[in-house]
Design a binder for this molecule. Structure first.
Ligand SMILES: [Zn+2]
Length: 208
């Protein structure tokens, strides 16, 4: 499994390109900004992007979506509970961030469904709280999780933005993410990677 971490945009959102080494099929997660590094990574990997996945629809995760759809022709997928947020461009106007409108998704992501990207199997985990329709993507064979703005290295996603729910966020972390094996590597929407075990031990926001 090949993973490119591509920090893009004003808030340095981690956009992830994950590529199957056998088929070169790929998924693009959270293209937050139309940054040249994304297309460069796709070209370098000789990747064929099969799907554009959104963990959630905040502006800093969707700013590059329309450009990436044009460039790759790939369909867009999102959980349905974040569609209202997508339609207001993830509050971009509230913060005066100039991003182009996003089209509606081609399909909705269902909790616990498995997406096949070549030989990779991405399981959709429903992890609301930061937004109503936030999802995370878990690849069990390689032990990696892409969790957007749910759990960070010694941090958690903010819940003070309209649609946020602090109790729901903690429940998603404790009940869904902390049920994964300790050695699973967590690739968050901002900042460095961590592991489930490290966050169980050290994250001050999720201690009982
Ligand atoms: Zn967010």
């Amino acid at each position: 499994m090949e993973i490119d971490v591509l920090p893009v945009g004003l808030l340095e959102t981690n956009c992830y390109l994950i590529t199957c080494p056998r088929t070169r099929e790929a998924a693009l997660i959270d293209p937050g900004w139309d940054d040249p590094s994304i297309l460069e990574a796709i070209r370098k990997r000789e990747a064929s992007v099969k799907i554009i996945l959104l963990t959630h629809a905040h502006f800093d995760h969707i700013g590059g979506v329309s450009a990436m759809i044009r460039a790759t022709g790939a369909p867009l997928a999102l959980h349905k509970d974040d569609l209202p947020l997508l339609r207001v461009k993830g509050w971009a106007d509230m913060w005066n961030i100039p991003i182009p409108p996003c089209p509606d998704p081609d399909r909705f992501l269902e909790p616990d469904e498995t997406l096949e990207i070549g030989s990779l199997r991405l399981k959709v985990l429903f992890t609301p709280g930061h937004t109503p329709g936030h999802v995370s993507f878990y690849e069990a064979e390689h032990g990696v999780l892409f969790d957007g703005d749910v759990l960070f290295k010694q941090g958690v996603g903010r819940t003070d933005i309209p649609g946020g729910d602090a109790a729901q966020l903690l429940d998603s972390i404790r009940r869904v993410l902390f049920a994964l094996p300790d050695e699973v590597i967590v690739y968050p929407g901002h900042g460095p990677a961590t592991t489930i075990g490290e966050e169980k031990r050290l994250n001050p926001w999720v201690q009982a």
